[in-house]
Design a binder for this molecule. Structure first.
Ligand code: 5RP
Length: 265
């Protein structure tokens, strides 16, 4: 692997082999998402606990201080919204020149496997990989499940992750599933990170699935709503960081969450 690619990947996946990405890209298809109305304000108390932040160029340019010392994963797919015909009908929305101009450490795009736009999104992925590899920029494939969350089962997720890696993604983001998640990771030759999805009913559920994902081979998380939609985002991200980077068990993470929440840590 070339130095530039290795260096960028090392800024994402840390020396311990683990990663905590903080995505704030949700507005690109659903507008001003709850708690993300002013992304710059949302991340103020929490960015320092993340290893990298994921967002679109519009949010980066307009809401993020360029001196913030964190790597950026630039979302470069879009052009479909929740009020449009089909969320899966995405295209590439940012040129490689712009990615370089914005000094992104990586780019990310969604692939919609099993949808009407499967071929389009996978072709876009391959094209993006071709362009970005020229400059040593890693591509993270976001395996989207759209509205069909019931498809969050190991066989489908494993297929998506493997296909994304075979098309050249250097990192793959997927969803956690309680049954057979280890098979999702085993079948994927590149690092896997898990997304959070909608806010869980209890706080402990997040710590449980993050812990289980790591135990089963994920290198980390790309977790948004379950952090910044919490009433205690600092406590949540610190507890998740402790699981990802310090080997905390869910119970210990929950204790840390309570301590931070109470202002005792
Ligand atoms: C949206 C994304 C998000 O970055 C991803 O889903 C992670 O966010 P959350 O934890 O809120 O699900 O790719 O398309």
């Amino acid at each position: 692997m070339e130095w530039g690619m290795r260096n960028r990947l090392a800024h994402l996946v840390q020396r311990d082999g683990k990663a905590l990405f903080l995505p704030i890209d949700h507005g690109y298809f659903q507008g001003p998402t709850h708690c993300l109305e002013r992304p710059g304000e949302t991340i103020k108390p929490i960015w320092k606990y993340a290893d990298a932040l994921m967002m679109t160029r519009g949010i980066l340019r307009n809401c993020i201080d360029p001196t913030m010392p964190k790597p950026i994963i630039l979302r470069v797919s879009g052009a479909a919204t929740v009020v449009g015909e089909d969320l899966a009908n995405e295209g590439l929305i940012t040129s490689t020149k712009e990615v370089i101009r914005l000094n992104a450490a990586a780019v990310s795009m969604s692939v919609f496997i099993g949808s009407k736009y499967e071929h389009q999104s996978l072709s876009n992925l391959a094209q993006l990989v071709d362009n970005c590899e020229n400059y040593g920029i890693p591509v993270m494939a976001v395996t989207a499940v759209g509205k069909e969350l019931e498809r969050r089962e190991a066989r489908y997720l494993a297929l998506c992750c493997r296909v994304a890696a075979e098309h050249g993604a250097r990192v793959v983001k997927t969803y956690y599933c309680s049954d057979g998640f280890e098979k999702v990771v085993e079948g994927c030759p590149v690092p896997v990170v898990v997304a959070g999805g909608p806010k869980t009913e209890t706080q402990r559920q997040v710590f449980d699935f993050v812990y289980d994902s790591i135990q089963k081979g994920a290198v980390g998380v790309n977790l948004g709503r379950n952090i910044w939609q919490s009433e205690h985002p600092v406590a949540v991200i610190r507890a998740i960081r402790a699981i990802v980077h310090e080997g905390y068990m869910p119970k210990e993470a929950h204790e840390l969450f309570e301590k931070v929440k109470a202002g005792k840590s």
